[in-house]
Design a protein around this ligand. Structure first.
Ligand code: CUA
Length: 338
């Protein structure tokens, strides 16, 4: 029994390791993976990772190989010159050369990762970290500036410079598929260049603990073909569409009467608050509450009525005291702002 158990234990361990590797594999892909790069900088970082992983594998195999050789293959006492060769070769020469190659490669990559673009797109974007959402301002050179939240859109193949700031605490801006992370520090402007190489929707997250709802501070980066991007910019500059149905018109009245406009702006209405996200085109965004809820009428209702349940510690007060039909009208109005 003891013999059988001793034979089974290592096998189970091997099966477990294999299972863990198989389960970990899908994590290498997806919209938020540094190993599925869709940007110039992310590609370089992924390459660096594979070089590092390769180097680590060479070191591990060599060290374990030498240990196995010494313990199993020739456990007897070694001649002094062979022992010296093993110790100096395996203990000093091999790790030093592998590490030297990796350090040189890393240092060679670094300046290019942080240098400003030679040919930047004619647009720049300012992103400010807030507790716990992302204020995004676009400054197109030929057109008027506009603001949105929790979403950035980028043209394919063009380097765009982001200016990263923070109003309250340190946040960290990270879209693993597009580039490395960079801190957003109050009183400072950090610059990050994104140069997407694939179209698609990529998820970003705050990578620095910034308070209670740090885990609910996500956003989406959408990479579009140039023509679609230009169209999107034009659309974002427009004012909000006036309500067309009685339900959405009622929603707009409720929005303005309950003081929502003190914190939120909806361009084209009297709402011009600057504390919370600009809601001019909130219905067209991919998520609500910084990647916390899907952008649907039901989710708007849930967010308005149970704000602090959905996102603990958030500054926005909840409006659960409003009658249910008023919350529905508000949700329908906001969802109609495409
Ligand atoms: Cu913002 Cu963590």
């Amino acid at each position: 029994m003891t013999y059988l158990a001793s034979r089974l234990r290592p096998m189970r361990l091997r099966v477990r390791i294999l299972l863990a590797l198989v389960l970990a594999l899908p994590a290498c892909d997806g919209p938020q993976s540094a190993l599925a790069p869709a940007g110039h900088e992310a590609e370089r970082i992924a390459n660096l990772f594979w070089w590092m992983a390769g180097g680590a594998a060479i070191l591990w195999v060599s060290v374990v190989g030498i240990a196995v050789y010494a313990i199993r293959v020739r456990p007897e006492r070694h001649e002094a010159p062979i022992a010296k060769l093993l110790i100096i070769g395996g203990g000093a020469v091999l790790p030093t050369s592998v590490l030297a190659v990796l350090v040189t490669y890393g240092l060679w990559l670094m300046p290019e990762l942080r240098s400003p673009p030679q040919q930047a797109a004619d647009i720049d974007i300012e992103i400010s970290g807030e507790q716990w959402w992302w204020r995004v301002r676009y400054f197109p050179s030929q057109a008027q500036t506009f603001e949105l939240a929790n979403e950035i859109r980028l043209p394919l193949g063009e380097p765009v410079e982001l200016r990263l700031k923070s109003r309250d605490v340190i946040h960290s801006f990270w879209v693993p598929s597009l580039a490395g992370k960079l801190d957003m520090i109050p009183g400072r402007v950090n610059r990050l260049v994104l140069e997407p190489t694939k179209t698609g929707v990529f998820r970003g997250a705050c990578a620095e603990y910034c308070g209670t709802s740090h885990a609910f501070m996500a956003f989406y980066a959408v990479v579009m073909e140039k023509e679609d991007f230009v169209e999107w910019i034009e659309h974002q500059q427009r004012r909000a569409v006036p309500p067309r149905e009685s339900l959405t018109a009622r929603g707009q009245r409720i929005f303005l009467e309950n003081g929502c406009g003190a914190c939120h702006a909806i361009r084209g209405t009297d709402a011009d608050g600057v504390v919370g996200p600009d809601l001019t085109h909130v219905g067209s965004r991919l998520s609500l509450a910084a990647g916390t809820l899907p952008n649907e009428t039901d989710a708007f209702e849930r967010w308005i009525a149970l704000t602090k349940v959905v996102k603990p510690g958030v500054q926005m007060p909840h409006f659960g005291m409003l009658p249910e039909e008023e919350i529905l009208a508000l949700a329908a109005y906001l969802e109609s702002l495409e």
